[in-house]
Design a protein around this ligand. Sequence first.
Ligand SMILES: [Zn+2]
Length: 132
Amino acid sequence: MTSPLNSFQVDAIKSELLTLLKHLREDVGHELQDQEGERVHEAMKEAHDRGDEASAELDATINITNMSRHLGEIKECQDALQRLMNGSYGLCLGCGEEIELNRLKANPVSARCLSCQSKEERVHREGHRASL
Ligand SMILES: [Zn+2]
């Protein structure tokens, strides 16, 4: 089975993914710098002025959460680019069916069709519940 997209669409999605990847890398770059100083320091200082160091620690934690989310998104982007290269882009990883074009346009890193995605999310939720 080949990708349901024509080469024009593949090019458009490829450049979109590359732009997204660039932005994500910039974000992570900024977040790494933040960890080392300036903005965390600023946040601490502001929090100290508010008499509220705990929330500065929270800010730093949120920063790390953002960073790991961005790293996950970079991975998704790279995977999507790889699928573009090998021609499997646009096909669901779960069932092999074509992913709706509108879905790909809304979220070019989509690797699963809507029904497989919701199945996946349900499994994750149940997995979390089971581990509690
Ligand atoms: Zn599917």
